[in-house]
Design a protein around this ligand. Structure first.
Ligand code: AMP
Length: 420
């Protein structure tokens, strides 16, 4: 029988690399937790309509990339392609916006699914950590989120990332711009699909990566010139707050992002070591999304950072994370009696909060010491019949090579002292 493989466009996280993923998730979540964001978890699938309405009927995500399914009961569901629509849906359903102070600040971490053409950095199953601040229009909030993402990346040791910033305007000024852009685009030499896009989502055409398209866009009307006074003032405030915080950003008027719900502030974190899939994270303000999915007006802002690409960015920069050691103490028993006794010691150490592991399977000293080495443990405990008769175990410092007997009853206290 042939063996199975992970489905196309997916990969497994296995030790030791999986520890890096946990550390990245933790590093992104830590500043959020310290800034009043509460943890939220939503299902891996939702009503397909939530994404059609929330993410946008005309986006690639909805038209091409969603994993949809019909349940036996006849419900149309989709594996979640992104987090924001689900989080907002859940917040509305739980009436979090009525329960207390606004904004409702939430963070999440999980798996997302898009049927994309797989390549390095682009997968069909990927992992994001995200944050949403729901129900408040305040440039300080936009700045807070960008600053927290910057802080997370810096805490990981990343340096070669850039923050691209733009404003997409609001429901007053964007429609005026949209029309001006459409008029300009209709005169260009473009293929059928792009012509259709002009009518549904013209801003996305600006995002077209093809050189022959970009060449024609040089004189396209700029959103910047169409922003209303309120949007302009709001954007200036966000920029000033970031500058005051010492967060470096680049104005990028072409940044439109692939989702329909964004208004005003939009931003992307890009990493220069990643080739074509350079966006490591992104987000922005989505003042109209709540109403689009049947809720009240709740101006909101959020971002999602991709865990997979953040790990690739760390590798590209050659950053070695300072990962906690998995095992501090490794116990090697010689004989059956020693197995029982040392396993008891290991249990005691673990209960005292010391990471300890054990040479299972009754191997000989040589093989077991090899495992001890591989485990990365700072100390090994070795005990044979003679040691037990004397009521001691041999404690070996794997760094210095020093070894000596320690009374059985003192092992936990001695190791606690030595490991600080
Ligand atoms: P988006 O919702 O498309 O703005 O994505 C936010 C972040 O999620 C991106 O910057 C990537 O880091 C990550 N991401 C999105 N799609 C994929 C994918 N197919 N494979 C890996 N990471 C992804």
């Amino acid at each position: 029988m042939s063996t199975f493989q992970a489905p196309k466009g997916t990969y497994d996280l296995t030790p030791p690399d999986s520890a890096k993923f946990l550390a990245v998730r933790e590093a992104i979540a830590a500043p959020l937790r310290d800034s009043g964001y509460g943890y939220i978890e939503t299902p891996g699938f939702e009503d397909v309509e939530l994404f059609a309405r929330g993410v946008g009927e005309s986006t690639d995500i909805v038209t091409k990339e969603m994993y949809t399914l019909t349940t036996k009961g006849g419900s149309q569901l989709a594996l979640r392609p992104e987090g924001t629509a689900s989080v907002l849906r859940a917040a509305l359903e739980a009436n979090l916006h009525k329960a207390g102070n606004l904004p409702v600040k939430l963070w999440y971490s999980g798996s997302y699914y898009r049927y994309e053409r797989p390549q390095k950095g682009r997968y069909r199953h990927f992992s994001q950590v995200g944050a949403e601040a729901i129900g408040t229009e305040d440039p300080v909030l936009d700045a807070e989120l960008i600053i927290l993402a910057d802080q997370a990346y810096r805490s990981l040791g990343l340096r070669q990332f850039r923050i691209l910033l733009n404003s997409l305007g609001d429901k007053e000024c964007r429609p005026v711009y949209r029309e001006a852009l459409q008029t300009f685009l209709r005169d260009l030499d473009l293929d059928e699909e792009t012509r259709r896009r002009i009518e549904i989502n013209p801003l996305r055409v600006l995002d077209d990566k093809r050189a022959d398209v970009q060449k024609q866009l040089t004189d396209a009307p700029k959103l910047r010139d169409y922003l209303c006074d309120a949007c302009r003032a709001y954007h200036e405030e966000v920029r000033a707050l970031l500058t005051t915080a010492g967060v470096v950003f680049e104005d990028d008027e072409k940044l439109v992002r692939g989702l329909d719900y964004y208004t005003r502030t939009t931003f992307e974190f890009v990493h220069d070591g990643l080739g074509s899939q350079s966006a490591v994270g992104g987000g922005g303000r989505y003042d109209g999304l709540s109403e689009m999915i049947g809720g009240p007006a709740l101006p909101s802002v959020g971002w999602a950072l991709g865990v997979d690409r953040t790990v690739l960015a760390l590798e590209a920069e050659g950053v070695e994370l300072d990962l906690p050691v998995a095992t501090s103490v490794y116990a090697v028993p010689l004989g059956d009696e020693a197995r029982r006794v040392l396993f008891g010691v290991v249990t005691e150490l673990r209960r005292a909060g010391i990471a300890a592991d054990f040479a299972f399977g009754g191997r000989g000293l040589k093989g077991a010491m090899k495992s001890a080495n591989r485990s990365g443990a700072r100390y090994t405990l070795v005990a044979g019949e003679r040691d037990l008769a004397e009521g001691v175990v041999q404690l070996k410092d794997m760094e210095s090579g020093e070894q000596g007997p320690v009374p059985l009853a003192d092992v936990a206290a001695e190791l606690t002292k030595r490991l600080g």
